[in-house]
Every structure is written in structure tokens, then in C-alpha cells.
Ligand binder design. Structure first.
Ligand code: IMP
Ligand code: MG
Length: 177
């Protein structure tokens, strides 16, 4: 039962098996594009990306440094977001890999990328598990995308509806009741 007149779908949108396969592919691509003696500075966007990042990073056979940041959107000012690092995370000169759960309108990632670029990393790559293309309002360059999905409110595998369902192994969606 959902919180506000909606409920969890019986239907599975993306199964645990498909997620696992796709993550191994993405990890292979990321590793292939990272020098064998390099170090990835992985920046995990909380909260939604924590499950994806845990699986993705463990499948990349490279040295990895991990940082976390929380994003906050201001609903009255679309396009503007604020970021808070949970702990200092040096970015200058780093091989930065931003890991986000889902690309929706694009405002959050766009803003995040420009703020990270200002800190002068050696390069910035971005990995997102899901891309909700029909909802895009601003163009955002993303190197690694797990799955394209339709305009649904998806939950599971880190994604929530009012903080619920993050622990589902598969991706489902919310239906109106
Ligand atoms: P945007 O791209 O700036 O519109 O915002 C993306 C953020 O909105 C993501 O990081 C998620 O936290 C959240 N979000 C967007 N769509 C969904 C969804 O379908 N389920 C759960 N969270 C979502
Ligand atoms: Mg998020």
C-alpha cells in the first residue's frame, strides 16, 4: 500500500537478473576506459544511488576512492540544487566518477556536474542507473546509462517513494489506486 493514494506495482519493470547483467557490462566499460594503474574518485549521490554504487564499484577492478554527497532541490526554484558533502572529498586532479540513481529533468545532474568541474578534476564521468528521457528539460552529458525507462515513478534498488521500497532487489513502479 502506498502513502498517498498509490500502491506498488505487482509488475516488475527491471528484474534483479537484468540489473546484475547490465551492471557487469557498465563496470567492464568503465574499467576499459580507466588506466590499469589509475584511481577512480567515485562520488555517490545520496540517497538513491547507494545500492547501485555498491554493486557497480565492486565490479570495477580498479583502485577506487569513495565520497558521498547529498543533493537538495528547492521546489520553488526549478533548476537550482544545493549539495552537501558528508565528508571532505578532494576532487582537484581526480578521475571523478559521479554515480546517480536516475536522470529525470536533468537539473540536479547538470548543476552537480558544473559545480564539480569548477573544482578542477582531471576529468568527470557520470554513471546513472536509469534514464527517464521523456522528462528531460536540460541536456546532460552522461557516459554510462543502465536502462532507458518510460515516465513512471520507479522504486526499488535504492529508489524510493517517501523513503520506502529502497531495499527491493528489483525495480517496480507506483500505480494510482
Ligand atoms: P532531476 O533530474 O533533477 O529532475 O532529479 C532527479 C532526482 O529526482 C533523482 O536523483 C531522484 O532522487 C529523484 N527521482 C526522479 N524520478 C524518480 C523516480 O521515478 N523514483 C524515485 N526518485 C526519482
Ligand atoms: Mg536522488
Amino acid at each position: 500500500m502506498g502513502t498517498s493514494g498509490r500502491r506498488l506495482s505487482d509488475e516488475i519493470l527491471i528484474s534483479e537478473e537484468r540489473i546484475g547483467e547490465r551492471i557487469r557490462e557498465l563496470a567492464g566499460e568503465i574499467a576499459a576506459e580507466t588506466p590499469a594503474d589509475g584511481e577512480i574518485a567515485a562520488l555517490i549521490v545520496l540517497k538513491g544511488a547507494f545500492v547501485f554504487a555498491a554493486d557497480l564499484l565492486r565490479a570495477i577492478p580498479r583502485r577506487v576512492r569513495v565520497g558521498f554527497l547529498e543533493t537538495h532541490r528547492d521546489p520553488t526554484r526549478p533548476g537550482l540544487a544545493d549539495f552537501v558533502f558528508t565528508y571532505p572529498f578532494p576532487i582537484e586532479g581526480a578521475d571523478l566518477l559521479v554515480i546517480e540513481d536516475i536522470l529525470d529533468t536533468g537539473h540536479t545532474l547538470k548543476h552537480l556536474q558544473s559545480r564539480m568541474t569548477a573544482r578542477r578534476p582531471a576529468r568527470v564521468r557520470t554513471a546513472v542507473l536509469l534514464d527517464k528521457k521523456p522528462r528531460r528539460e536540460v541536456e546532460v552529458p552522461v557516459e554510462y546509462v543502465g536502462f532507458d525507462i518510460p515516465d513512471l515513478w520507479v522504486v526499488g534498488y535504492g529508489l524510493d517513494d517517501g523513503e520506502r521500497y529502497r531495499n527491493l532487489k528489483e525495480i517496480r513502479f507506483m500505480r494510482d489506486e
